[in-house]
Design a protein around this ligand. Structure first.
Ligand code: AMP
Ligand code: ZN
Ligand code: FE
Ligand code: FE
Length: 281
């Protein structure tokens, strides 16, 4: 049995509905999936139902944007208490920051004589955690860019004229926030961030594992992170990071994580929950 532990829906910057996600997971014969929308957990309830109807195990998750040593790092949280007040309060702040950032990116586009409106982006995004892919899609839909790639290349990539940096919490804080919500904290796609030097610090902060398998990790990269996970006694996870068609082709099915890693992840989540029940969050 195989799993995909890194998936997005239209509750953040993916295009799949919960039902489409479950149908695609079924098509790829996945036995278990996790939803990891950016800075939100609201897709978990409908996706859990869609997966239950499709006979697929569902693991609730989220992907937080964090920073360590000047590098942007994404921290995946799994098996959290979806109603944890601190987690909901903090991601709520992030959602407002994301909405303000959209307004700022649109203002920059307008200064460049690109006539896009923030409301157009919000209507298209129709979610609490809008991001650059929504701006890119709105630009393409309005005929202002020929493709999503063009939108990123001309305007939205880091240091391009409409790029606005995103507020990030520290990785230590993200890990602690997830732990107090009963969640396991995993470093997402380290091969994309290229800052392995921060791993020991994050391990000291309680990092539980690394996403060794990812669509954009080459075989050599996978081997490298399996070795690092082994050295630091970290959990191993993996997922496709499929966003449906919002970043080109859907990539679900390109990463198939052996189920034994899901069992270890769930065992760690149970340990974390026991620890917070004993000591309080
Ligand atoms: P944000 O969270 O708003 O900064 O947006 C980040 C999202 O944009 C991530 O899902 C990235 O994969 C996506 N993204 C970043 N750069 C590009 C690019 N050059 N082309 C397409 N998508 C990108
Ligand atoms: Zn995304
Ligand atoms: Fe990410
Ligand atoms: Fe992701």
């Amino acid at each position: 049995m195989f799993a995909d532990l890194h998936l997005h829906t239209y509750f953040s910057d993916g295009t799949y509905s919960p039902e489409e996600l479950a149908a695609q997971a079924q098509r790829h014969s996945l036995g278990a999936v996790a939803l990891t929308d950016h800075d939100t957990v609201e897709g978990c309830v409908p996706t859990a139902s869609a997966c239950a109807a499709a006979g697929i195990e569902f693991i609730p998750g989220t992907e937080l944007t964090a920073e360590q040593g000047g590098h942007e790092i994404h921290i995946l949280g799994y098996c959290m208490d979806r109603e944890n007040p601190r987690l909901l309060a903090e991601i709520g702040k992030f959602q407002i920051v994301r909405q303000n950032r959209i307004r700022e990116m649109v203002a920059r586009l307008n200064q460049l004589n690109v006539p896009l409106q923030a409301e157009t982006v919000f209507a298209l995004a129709n979610c609490r955690a809008p991001g650059r892919p929504h701006v890119a899609r709105a630009l393409v839909k309005a005929g202002l860019c020929g493709s999503l790639d063009e939108a990123f290349e001309r305007f939205l990539k880091k240091n391009r004229p409409a790029w606005v940096p995103k507020f990030k919490m520290s990785a230590d804080h993200a890990i602690a926030l997830l732990h107090q919500a009963g969640a396991v904290a995993i470093m997402a796609h380290p091969g994309l961030n290229r800052c392995d030097e921060v791993i020991p610090t994050m391990v000291d902060a309680g990092l539980d594992g690394i996403e060794c398998f990812h669509t954009k990790h080459s075989t050599v990269t996978v081997e490298r992170y399996l070795e690092i996970a082994d050295r630091f006694r970290l959990l191993v996870t993996g997922g496709s990071d499929c966003h449906g068609s919002s970043k080109g082709k859907p990539v679900m099915g390109t990463v198939k994580l052996p189920y034994q890693h899901v069992e270890k992840l769930k065992a760690r989540a149970a340990e974390i929950k026991t620890a917070i029940a004993v000591t309080g969050p």
